[in-house]
Design a protein around this ligand. Structure first.
Ligand code: HEM
Length: 373
């Protein structure tokens, strides 16, 4: 069994085998008690770009996150309100701005990482990524210079909330909502202070300049915090492990990243709620039906890891979504991943030891010890 399958099994011992089994039953399958499962990239893209399938109805991500983040945080919105908020937020994520932000935040941590590898140390990449992804998100939500301890603390807070969700969750329990709100309130307060300070060189200051209200800025900070920390932090160790396991020679970095994304699919599933009667492939769906787009199955149908592979149009970046909800943080994620991978690859790192993480939402390593070759 390859290491990626082991990670999925450690994270989801019961759901993962079921998820892979469903892939064999066809492109679209209705599973009683679960919903309508989509395993095929063309169909997935059609659902994601069709407004009859929504993120704010029963069984959608809105059910999970609205009690914690409020009703207007992009990932639980639809229609003109969603479009208007996205338009205001888009300019915050231009490739030039996020590259400069990442270069600034990660300058010291990357210099430190590079020095440790240069000295021949064995480094736990999982731990290093937690600190770096934590530091980037601290900057995005409005903290200036942060210590390693603060970045770690913020990362752990996010992890605590994300780990409340499993691939089977439909709603958070009352007690979980209380804890998640405490965490998100803290993030909101940091964000609001930066918003009020109004410094346009910061993300929050830019939000104010874009005409976002304080409440919108608080909500956006919470959404970025929840969606943009663990996804990036868990991906980089998996990327490096894949390159090591396949003895990949350094080639086009972006192509290696996208192919590793295809194999790992950090967000293995996307949910939608059916708003009006429709067909998904051969399956008729009714209002209120829940659709589970299993991105992992859609992507894995194209074979094993091969960084020379060109992705066909239907597959292109499906792991970041498609249509109106396509990941708004994509340029930031890519800037972070590129910056760290560039340093690691310059040291030709190899994996010395590893351990899979158990009981997590996003499959990953608990530790991945690497050293310069
Ligand atoms: C490896 C990294 C990442 C992956 C794989 C990823 C994946 C995704 C996917 C699949 C969606 C669409 C979900 C759906 O349609 O149901 C999404 C949306 C979103 N992502 Fe990311 N993401 C990543 C990093 C980030 C980062 C760094 C941020 C921001 C700081 C971010 C913020 C968001 C937001 C706010 C949305 C909701 C957009 C909307 O609904 O309009 N993500 N992401």
């Amino acid at each position: 069994m390859n290491h990626e399958a082991r990670l999925y099994l450690a994270a989801h011992p019961f759901v993962y085998p079921l998820m892979r089994l469903l892939a064999r039953l066809g492109p679209v399958v209705r599973v009683p008690g679960l919903g309508v499962v989509v395993n095929d990239a063309v169909t997935a893209r059609a659902v994601l770009t069709d407004e009859r399938f929504r993120k704010d109805g029963p069984g959608s991500p809105g059910d999970l996150w609205t009690p914690v983040l409020g009703p207007s945080v992009l990932l639980n919105m639809e229609g003109p309100g969603h479009l208007a908020l996205r338009r205001k937020l888009m300019p915050l994520f231009t490739p030039a701005y996020v590259s400069a932000l990442v270069a600034d935040v990660l300058r010291e941590p990357l210099a430190d990482l590079s020095a440790r590898l240069g000295r021949g140390e064995t480094v736990d990449l999982v731990d290093a990524m937690r600190v770096m992804a934590g530091a980037v998100i601290c900057r995005v939500i409005g903290l200036g210079e942060v210590s390693e301890a603060r970045a770690r603390e913020l990362f752990a807070d996010g992890e605590r909330v994300v780990s409340m969700v499993s691939l089977r969750s439909r709603r958070l329990r009352d007690r979980q909502v209380v804890i998640a709100r405490q965490v998100l309130d803290k993030i909101g307060d940091i964000a609001q202070a930066a918003y009020e300070a109004g410094d346009e060189s910061t993300v929050m200051g830019r939000m104010r300049a874009q005409g976002l209200s304080a409440a919108e800025a608080r909500g956006a900070a919470g959404a970025f915090f929840l969606t943009g920390t663990e996804t990036v932090a868990t991906f980089v160790p998996r990327l490096i492990a894949l390159l090591h396991d396949h003895r990949t020679r350094v080639g086009d970095l972006d192509q290696m990243i996208e192919e590793a994304m295809r194999i790992t699919t950090p967000t293995p599933m996307m949910l939608r709620s059916v708003d009006s009667a429709a067909r998904i492939g051969r399956v008729a769906v009714r209002p209120g039906d829940r659709v589970l787009i299993v991105t992992h199955n859609c992507a894995r149908a194209y074979g094993p890891f091969d960084p020379s592979r060109r992705h066909p149009p239907e597959l292109r970046r499906l792991w970041f979504g498609a249509g109106p909800h396509f990941c708004i943080g994509y340029p930031l994620a890519l800037a972070e991943i590129r910056a760290v991978a560039t340093v690691l690859l310059s040291h030709h790192v190899r994996v010395v030891r590893r351990r899979a993480a158990r009981g997590v939402l996003i499959p990953t390593y608990e530790h991945l010890w690497i050293t310069a070759a």
